[in-house]
Design a protein around this ligand. Structure first.
Ligand code: IPE
Ligand code: IPE
Ligand code: MG
Length: 263
């Protein structure tokens, strides 16, 4: 294996259970609206859904769960809603981190944290430090995250690592600077809430992810819905550029890749 994971440089191992599931947790506002509740009531319920899904993901042996909690564009929302979301994030960290730790979960955050207040950043950093050596499941919260931001910050780091260089850059030089470069690329992207778009989530890392869209609103998502998504994922043929015939010929992806290179 190369020192980092790249579905474009090397055909990844495909397991029955996705190693990395990414979720765009959408539909909180609509869930609340249908119940004549304020939008923030939906966000509160969304935290319960996340707790259920973390547990279910761990039980199913998923190694990495990455959830989109707040996008770099969500600052465009009404200030009251933004500030409620920040409070909710703090409250959830306060209540949940020790339980995550007891369950062997490694907690991480990705995104431009400089925009958050100091206390929230300190809470995030201490949760990351506390759970750093856990290995049951890595739970990554994307907060003030944008796929374009991620690519740009990685470009800046790559340039800083290669002073004076102006050309000849490669994936190997670039990708290790992206968020989540130490995790396998997501195998499965789930988006709840019925929209079928990526909304500036992990633009680079999702290159070969399987997409699963559901009308279920995030507050009503749970283990059954997760199982449906995994079941759908298991029906997919992940070809990574090859033909079905090549897949059938060899169950060893590296053999096929080598054959392709030598052809
Ligand atoms: C997702 O739910 C949560 C965040 C983006 C923070 P929404 O708040 O987008 O819910 P809808 O899409 O308005 O229903
Ligand atoms: C995407 O949801 C971001 C999160 C779930 C955090 P949005 O509800 O913000 O996406 P758009 O605006 O409908 O594309
Ligand atoms: Mg939405």
């Amino acid at each position: 294996m190369s020192p980092f994971n790249s579905s474009t440089l090397q055909i990844p191992d495909v397991a029955d259970i996705p190693r990395h599931v990414a979720i765009i947790m959408d539909g909180n506002g609509r869930w609340a609206k249908r119940r004549f509740l304020p939008r923030v009531a939906g966000h509160k319920k969304g935290v319960d859904a996340l707790r259920r899904v973390v547990r279910a993901a761990m039980e199913r042996g998923i190694g990495h769960l990455t959830v989109f909690a707040f996008s770099s564009e969500n600052w465009r929302r009404p200030p009251e809603e933004v500030s409620y979301l920040m409070q909710l994030f703090k409250g959830a960290l306060e209540r949940e981190v020790s339980r995550l730790h007891t369950n062997g979960i490694r907690f991480r955050a990705i995104g431009d944290l400089r925009a958050f207040d100091e206390r929230l950043v300190a809470m995030i950093r201490s949760a990351e430090a506390l759970t750093r050596d856990n290995s049951a499941l890595t739970l990554t919260i994307a907060a003030n995250y944008g796929g374009r931001w991620d690519i740009l910050q990685a470009v800046e780091k790559m340039l800083a690592h290669n002073p004076g260089r102006v050309d000849g850059f490669s994936e190997e030089m670039f990708a290790p600077h992206l968020a989540l470069s130490d995790a396998p690329e997501p195998d499965l992207l789930i988006r709840t809430g019925g929209e079928q778009r990526i909304s500036n989530f992990m633009l680079w890392q999702l290159a070969y992810a399987e997409f699963y869209f559901t009308n279920a609103l995030w507050p009503e998502f749970g283990s059954r819905e997760l199982d449906r998504a995994i079941h759908s994922y298991q029906q997919r043929e992940r070809r990574f550029g090859r033909t079905s015939e090549q897949l059938a010929q060899s169950s060893n992806p590296e053999e096929v890749e080598a054959a392709g290179r030598n052809a």
